[in-house]
Ligand binder design. Structure first.
Ligand code: ZN
Length: 339
């Protein structure tokens, strides 16, 4: 009961990349960088296991950014000439690469870190990929001229990589779609269909993570404008409930999401955010168990997976480590309380 996991990303050690940045510069190159990524991946697998998490991830140690890490292996994208673009409905500016030609995978994207992680843990392994709608919101289009068409082109490539990750032995493939919470109508109209295209033919567990973003200032400021009740999920959950995706990861603790919106996802497994990624304060096991208790009013025990609200990438490494422990200890307490 209550298997624990994180949304996906973890902080990169200072010897691997710049710390506390969303687009950090690597500290090495070539073979040395490859080895450093491998070392960081193993370090975090061990840390997740020691903390007591049931499902582990590679911590996204091998990608600079959760979207651009995938795009680096796509032909048809110009990484040499990045342009400044407002992303997530102009919430903040990012330097993004440009789509300039038909899209095609250059080869495998994440084989190295997925196979490495698989070889070094017997726990369930989750692997994250950016969702099609979030990708097209994090790249400049100079070729397709139609965002739905471009999203489905990316969905096909994601599907190729997802099927290969499944063959590598990954247990859960999760697509990250923070853009669903920004373009709710489009998400319900075609975003969920593009997501299903990306997950087509997968027999492993499939998941989607929808959040209010990393704990960076632009997101914290944005959330302050969303009012007393955050009802974005209300517009997208009905479409997701009808979809083929098995699990949905959502924010809960310290958010203004009305918890009863979880009822819109009947039949799905819910990864409920019980750890705040926008605060360095470490949750107590009691706080985590209380959040699980709140969620239990709207989701059955068998379908509740305690999780973090979002990725931990921009956080302090020691804080992240303690948050992993808080997550596991809180779930343990909840098993005793509600088991
Ligand atoms: Zn997130």
């Amino acid at each position: 009961m209550f298997p624990t996991s994180i949304a996906g990303s973890l902080p990169k050690p200072a010897w691997l990349a710049e710390t506390q940045k969303l687009w950090p510069q690597w500290k090495a190159q070539g073979d040395e960088l490859r080895q450093a990524k491998a070392d960081a991946t193993l370090l975090w697998i061990k840390a997740q296991e020691d903390a007591g998490l049931d499902i582990v991830t590679d911590g996204e140690q091998s990608r600079q950014h959760f979207v651009h890490g995938f795009l680096e292996q796509v032909e048809g994208i110009d990484f040499e000439h990045k342009v400044k673009m407002g992303i997530r409905d102009n919430r903040y500016d990012a330097m993004v690469p440009q789509v300039v030609a038909p899209l095609k995978l250059k080869g495998r994207v994440h084989a190295f870190e997925a196979q490495l992680a698989r070889a070094h843990t017997t726990r369930k392994l989750k692997f994250t990929l950016p969702g099609p709608m979030t990708i097209i919101d994090t790249v400049a289009d100079r070729y397709y001229g139609d965002k739905v068409k471009m999203a489905f082109a990316f969905a096909e490539l994601l599907n190729q990589e997802a099927l290969a990750l499944q063959a590598d032995g990954v247990d859960i493939i999760q697509f990250d779609e923070p853009a669903f919470n920004v373009y709710m109508k489009e998400a319900a109209d075609w975003g969920v269909k593009a997501l299903e295209r990306a997950a087509q033919g997968l027999t492993c567990t499939t998941a989607v993570h929808i959040c209010y973003g990393y704990g960076i200032k632009a997101n914290v400021d944005w959330k302050a404008t969303l009012g007393e009740e955050w009802r974005q999920y209300e517009q997208i959950f009905p479409a997701l409930a009808k979809s083929s995706i098995n699990q949905v990861s959502l924010e809960c603790y310290h958010s203004h999401v009305p918890p009863h919106l979880m009822k819109l996802l009947e039949g799905k497994d819910l990864m409920v955010g019980v750890i705040d990624v926008a605060s360095d304060t470490i949750e107590t096991p009691e706080e985590v168990a209380d959040t699980i208790g709140t969620a239990l009013q709207f989701v059955s025990k068998q379908r509740l997976f305690p999780c973090t609200n979002c990725g931990l990438a921009p956080m302090d490494r020691e804080v992240a480590m303690k948050k992993l422990e808080a997550l596991a200890k809180g779930a343990e307490l909840a098993r005793r309380r509600y088991g």
